[in-house]
Design a protein around this ligand. Sequence first.
Ligand SMILES: [Zn+2]
Length: 210
Amino acid sequence: MKVLTVSDEIVPVLHTPAVREYAQGVEMILACGDLPAEYLEYLVSMLNVPMFYVLGNHDNAERPPEGGENVNLRVVEYKGLLIAGLEGAQRYNSKPHFQYTENEMRAHIAALTPALLLNKARYGRYLDVLITHAPPYQIHDGADYAHRGFKAFRWFIEHYQPRYLIHGHTHIYDKRTETITTRGATTIVNTVGYKILDIPIVASRRKEER
Ligand SMILES: [Zn+2]
């Protein structure tokens, strides 16, 4: 499935009607936070496909994008893809706004666990795509507090082996910076700006087919 993923930076060419050509064949939008609601709504209305999103540390909770589905702490299934979300970034100041400590993020993962176990029983796998705002610890992350990734996400990758972890938050200042990294079964993608991914749909192994 062709998927448009976006976060953090408005891409001018996507903000014009040319987006229809540019993103031809895209069947879903995944948004990883820190983008104005108007921009996301523009993408949804131009491409006329569903959008699943999480919010970032600069987002406005009072003005969520319309026409999309917030998947923070939730698992959704779309056309055979199992998708879940974990919003926010590392807590770095005393006025936290979508900022979480490692312990809080671990608790968020624990909240997702029953749904992941149900997926495993139903489909033979926990998850296909995890969308987050922040990166995993030491993968595409920064050294400062605000941009440090979550160790909890490393744990998530090891235990639940989603095929993709798609995140934002880490701006790219050097074109040589890696934005796609593989760890075990998981491809980690920094989508700051945008990416168009081709995510293969795995045939579901249902229990009754044993
Ligand atoms: Zn951010």
